[in-house]
Design a binder for this molecule. Structure first.
Ligand SMILES: N=CN[C@@H](CCC(=O)O)C(=O)O
Ligand SMILES: [Zn+2]
Length: 421
């Protein structure tokens, strides 16, 4: 991605609306902030801003945290246009389509796969994404999963092992599950910190999913689950049972599922803001996927009302959601899922960070918090070509990303562009 050399310090001033997503959920007017190296060092009224080595004039426009996109499948070859067209003519989505992408992925060279994945990251960053996750899952044998994990680790901030995406043709499901839990897990382990399982009809049943989650947890991986996408099922229950950081999709939830997720956050605790303690399972909703598969939209409003923290993610993959656009997800969450603009932005920034456990402090591995604008956090920001975040929903489909900073480095736009010149 293009980047300018990092400045010692940079003042971004004349910010019309600064939506911090900090613990107080502050929205500041006529604000400014200072970046020092990769971190945010000062936030306050523009009139009191300190001097800095460089100055960006936000020209009264809005600044938000960069999007934290916590669910993607970026390492794949080919596409599934024909399947999409068939779906738009009434065919339903089924897990089996994954096999088409597995074939195209195995036929691609390492260089092709990495280049394609990088292009997808660049596309995401150009729309304001500053931190993103990618899964494996289109290799589905030991060597190709290892390769996917290695490539994903080169392009994404967080990598999730999804060997349990589909049982490949010719395999017995239980024997394939043994492979995932044994040699495949060992092969990918150096590159991944998360594991996931597609717990759904046509993919992995409850017993197989439980085995995958237990083996990956024993190997020290954090857990995530694809659950309740194509019908009611055990995905949410399993995620809760294993203390997964996130359960994703959630198109078919029963009252008990919502209650179980809410229960993981404890009564009355400010969701996710007890650093390192009391963290439950985030509900990750994937609106672009829901629309592309013509499934009912995940009940984000109902989940928030029940006290469950919600994340929004793009779920970029060739089968169900071939988009990297977090603004599209935010817009849909507001226009069609009943979230306020503030809630949708929160879900696409702080919510994603919470789903990746990157929402607070400096972690043991030296990562700074992402997903909110606060002193000490990583300087991941986006400047909109609009005076408020409301324009993301008010002007749907309009490219509003004017400038993006990732770890203090401006990776989209220039200071002249930022000032509207
Ligand atoms: N649902 C499972 N996995 C992907 C889709 C995979 C595919 O169809 O290629 C998803 O998150 O939607
Ligand atoms: Zn997925």
């Amino acid at each position: 991605m293009p980047s300018e050399p990092i400045k010692t310090s940079e003042l971004i001033t004349n910010i019309g609306e600064l939506m911090t997503q900090d613990p107080e959920h502050r929205v500041l007017r006529d604000a400014a902030l200072v970046l020092e190296g990769e971190r945010i060092s000062w936030i306050g009224p523009a009139a009191q801003a300190p001097a800095a080595d460089a100055v960006t004039d936000a020209a009264g426009q809005a600044v938000l945290p960069g999007w934290v996109d916590s669910h993607n499948h970026l390492v794949f070859g080919g596409d599934r246009t024909a399947e999409f067209e068939a779906r738009m003519s009434g065919q339903s989505y089924a897990a089996g389509g994954i096999a088409v992408t597995v074939g195209a992925t195995r036929e691609s060279s390492d260089a092709q796969l990495e280049s394609l994945a990088r292009q997808r990251v660049v596309e995401a960053v150009s729309q304001g994404t500053t931190y993103l996750e990618s899964k494996t899952g289109y290799g589905l044998d030991v060597e190709h999963e290892r390769r996917s994990a290695r490539i994903a680790a080169r392009v994404a901030d967080e990598v999730t092992f999804l060997g349990a995406h589909l049982v490949p043709a010719g395999w017995d499901a239980d024997e394939y599950t043994d492979l995932v839990c044994g040699p495949m897990l060992a092969a990918v382990r150096p590159w991944v910190s998360w594991a996931d399982v597609f717990c759904e009809r046509g993919a992995f049943d409850e017993a197989q999913s439980r085995r995958v989650l237990a083996a990956c947890q024993a190997a020290g991986l954090g857990l995530r689950v694809h659950g309740n996408q194509l019908g009611p099922g055990p995905g949410v229950r399993l995620a809760v049972e294993f203390g997964a950081a996130s359960v994703d999709h959630l198109n078919y939830l029963e009252d008990g599922d919502v209650a179980a997720l809410a229960g993981t956050w404890g009564a009355g605790a400010p969701a996710g803001e007890l650093p390192g303690t009391g963290l439950g399972t985030v509900a990750t909703c994937l609106p672009a996927c829901d629309l592309s598969t013509r499934q009912p939209l995940a009940p984000a409003r109902r989940l928030l009302d029940a006290g469950v923290p919600v994340a929004l993610a793009a779920n970029c993959n060739p089968g169900t959601s071939f988009t990297t656009s977090m603004p599209y997800c935010v817009t849909t969450a507001v226009l069609q899922m009943g979230l306020s603009v503030h809630e949708a932005v929160r879900a696409a920034t702080w919510g994603g960070a919470l789903a990746l456990r990157r929402h607070v402090g400096e972690d043991l591995d030296g990562h700074r918090a992402v997903g909110s604008i606060a002193v000490g956090h990583r300087a991941d920001l986006q400047l909109l070509a609009a005076p408020s975040a409301t324009h993301l929903a008010y002007r749907p489909g309009v490219p509003l990303t004017r400038a993006v900073w990732r770890a203090g480095r401006q990776v989209v736009g220039g200071r002249a562009a930022a000032a509207g010149a």
